[in-house]
Design a binder for this molecule. Structure first.
Ligand code: FE2
Length: 417
């Protein structure tokens, strides 16, 4: 996994001690790149926090609390390394070691590229059964412009596509480790941009691009038109084969389904961009979790898919999705929407329950997240997949898409379509 350096022979050298600094250099491509090592530090600090071990991030040496740091090698073309300055409290040493190891293990798993390969399933009868079933869903989506997929159905489809058994559990844990949303106080979030490259038959991860929704796209909020910068999706989500399978399912169902075009998107391109959001919305004392603070709105996409990962302490009238007719007023709260203009009502209740709809042919809104037990926090964990054609000059967000693959989190999931 890694090369750990410490002067074990300090006695032989006649030194009084070996010092308190341990360095770690990882085996495996890209694992020693600075952005990845910064993530490693975060994983170790998180493990330390979970295990009640004192540890901080910092360059200083020789303090009583253990400090971890990404140090430069000072040689040209040499990657940095992880430096651990172990604290002086020797009775803590076992606990510190356990926390470092569990953080490193988590890091190595999440930084090692995994690509779901559907081609490996092409000789399995279950794969063709899944294709037939997905074709039925595509027909329903083509006709109704909205389709609700039960989580249980998706589990069987995803397994037939090759998703790994253990990744189903892992996906239910991933929302414990999201980042702070810079725009609102009732949710934690991560965002990643992906490319459905139908020309080259692959799904790839793209470099970060700030996320903008405008009034022209039916998004009316205090921050309409402003570019928003969210913490990035990491390997723990991106390299989960269930997540990758969900993207493949979406690609299969939406492919060839023509939707009402949006202004300044390139419908001559066979390719799509997909913004993936992993969001935990929560309600607690003085904070009300609003899945759609913007009220009745649209997402600037062609095809929107929302997938439920789990919830805690949530009242049964929470997180209900309404699909409204286009005539409904953008920006009004879900509670003020006209019943006669509500076309559909859905509620995600079980793991992987997913709703797919043609985003530019309707508007949508959700009820808040309410607590069952008012003394405890209520949480609702979701994945959003907002898929659209590439932007053209003149798009209301003011910029076109840069199609650049991600430098430190590569992904290449083959499509067979
Ligand atoms: Fe939305």
């Amino acid at each position: 996994m890694a090369e750990v350096m410490f002067p074990h022979h300090w006695r032989k050298y006649g030194w009084r001690h070996g010092g308190n600094v341990v360095t770690v250099r990882f085996h495996g491509e890209g694992l020693n790149k600075r952005p990845n090592l910064e993530r490693c530090c975060d994983d170790i600090l998180r493990a330390a926090e979970e295990q009640g071990v004192q540890m901080v991030k910092g360059a200083s040496l020789g303090f009583s609390t253990t400090r971890i740091f990404v140090a430069d090698a000072f040689y040209k073309n040499t990657d940095p390394f992880l430096r651990i300055s172990v604290g002086v409290e020797s009775e803590q040493i076992e606990a510190v070691a356990r926390a470092v190891l569990s953080g490193i293990k988590r890091y190595c798993i999440s930084a090692t590229p995994v690509n779901l390969n559907v081609a490996q399933q092409l000789y399995d009868a279950k794969f063709y059964k899944a294709m037939a079933s997905m074709l039925e869903v595509r027909a329903k989506y083509t006709k109704d412009r909205v389709v609700f997929m039960e989580g249980e159905w998706l589990v069987s489809i995803l397994k037939a596509l090759g998703a790994k058994e253990e990744d189903f559990d892992a996906l239910q844990q991933v929302s414990h480790h999201l980042g702070k949303d810079p725009t609102v106080d009732y949710r934690t979030i991560r965002n990643g941009l992906f490319y459905y490259d139908f020309e080259n038959k692959a799904i790839q991860r793209l470099q970060k691009q700030r996320f903008t929704l405008t009034v022209q796209e039916n998004y009316k909020r205090h921050d309409s038109g402003l570019p928003r910068d969210f913490p990035e999706v990491r390997g723990d989500l991106q390299y989960n084969t269930v997540l990758q399978g969900l993207m493949v399912v979406k690609a299969f169902i939406m492919n060839k389904v023509d939707v009402e075009p949006r202004a300044h998107l390139d419908y001559s391109s066979p390719n799509f961009l997909c913004n993936v959001f992993n969001i935990r919305t929560f309600t607690e004392k003085n904070i009300l979790g609003e899945p759609t603070l913007e009220g009745v709105h649209a997402d600037g996409a062609d095809h929107t898919m929302t997938t439920f990962l789990g919830c805690t302490n949530m009242r049964s009238d929470s997180g209900i999705t309404f699909i409204h007719d286009q005539k409904e007023t953008t920006g009004i709260p879900a509670t003020e929407a006209k019943p006669s203009l509500i076309k559909h009502r859905f509620q995600h209740r079980h793991f992987l329950d997913s709703l797919l709809f043609a985003d530019n042919e309707a508007k949508h809104s959700l009820t808040s997240v309410f607590q069952e037990d008012l003394s405890k926090r209520a949480t609702r964990d979701m994945l959003l997949f907002l898929t659209r054609k590439p932007k053209l000059e003149g798009h209301s967000s003011g910029h076109v898409d840069a199609i650049e693959t991600h430098r430190t989190l590569p992904m290449n999931v083959p499509l067979w379509l």
